[in-house]
Design a protein around this ligand. Sequence first.
Ligand code: DUC
Ligand code: ZN
Ligand code: ZN
Length: 486
Amino acid sequence: MADFDTVIHGGTLVTAGETFKADIGICGGTIAAICDRIVGGEHRIDAGGKLVLPGGIEGHCHIAQESSSGVMTSDDYYSGSVSAAFGGNSCFIPFAAQHRGQAISEVIATYDSRAIPNAVIDYSYHLIISDPSPSVLAELPGVFERGITSFKVFMTYDLMNIGDGGMLDILALAKTYGALTMVHAENNEMVKWMNRRFAAAGLTEPRYHALSRPELAEEEAINRAISLAKLVDTPLFIVHVSTRGGAEIVRREKLAGTRLFAETCPQYLALTRADLDRSGMEGAKYVCSPPLRDRETQEALWQHIRTGTFESVSSDHAPYRADATGKFSNGVDVPYAKIANGMPGIAMRLPYLFSEGVAKGRITLGDFVRLSSANAARVFGLDRKGSLMPGFDADIAIWNPEERRKVTLADQHDNMDYTPFEGMEFTGWPELVMNRGRIVVEKGALKAARGQGQFVARKPTDTGTMPGYRAVEFVVAAAYGHEVAP
Ligand code: DUC
Ligand code: ZN
Ligand code: ZN
């Protein structure tokens, strides 16, 4: 009997902290050994001197999810996970979205029915809460027990925005159970006010979408969200930071010890609001929220990536086809506010980050692993993923750092009719992706069976040595002899 089910040999291993040549022995889906040279193994995979990395963990994507206005994403758990795997990921965490009036048990059952038979890589959910009623809050402990240890709330969109009071209630509950609250931070009233101004002036083309969601709306909401989380003294994750000002607030607060995490996304680094100027309704393909910004912002965000402001670069894959099932579900030639919000990118996240980051010398290979996998594992409580270590899941991606390829729609594996990265040339592509020791993708071919991905129960977030914040008012109340819990 062979010692190992699989041995990966002849590669250069990269983790968040180290780069070294070694072989990996895999047994029962787990990394069993890492050492200079491993002989034997039932299957042997020759890494041929290429890079052997922890599989990517996509922490922000919308799969088989209805928007608040009822538009379904084009990707289900099959096409979404296949596409993720072709892009170097071995695990993803889409959202399970509660719409108002829904019980959480119903939401989770719905997403289970979508994910279990279809996912080809491991998955979990972040729970979106749009209606924090007492009965919904009462359901949350059961959700944490199931290993869904993070949720997302919105400060914008009339049908999703839960208001500051709702956020405080959720943050307080999250604190009790050690859950992580993620937030879409844009000031709803500022956006609505801008929308009314543009509508009154007859400015309804896609390009005005970007202008209707000012940088100030993001900055104000990030600041407010952090204040709310500090009052409660519980960790917060700011999703899709798109502005220099927002990133600067995150940076400042982290330096002050606030328990805060944040991400940005490739679209804010690769595209600008000028992409919404494309002729006809082509610009609709670039409608996403927060919106695309400008070249100066791109440079600033890269600087923040380099210097550790962001834990991860996530795709925010929100795939709506440029047809009546997606972008134009309210009709073609509609005002920008009626165009479905979001763009695809789950397969391009890592090739983009590798090419523009590592290959262009902006970040190190260790940074790449942190931003693509290791930090997501730590922050989202995937305690057996995000690194190459004995005892960890054999979630592994072999990358060819030299391969140069142009992005085309024909090479995509999602269910989309466009890619916003069309025509861009990237250096560095994944060649093989493995999840729990099973090959999912190899040399451009899918090897996984539908439904072989497993739900992963997650642990609470590791906030490490971040000291957090204790509002003086609770301290004074305690001195008065009243221990009021935040
Ligand atoms: N927020 C997201 O995170 N994704 C798509 C649209 C949105 O508002
Ligand atoms: Zn969002
Ligand atoms: Zn999103």
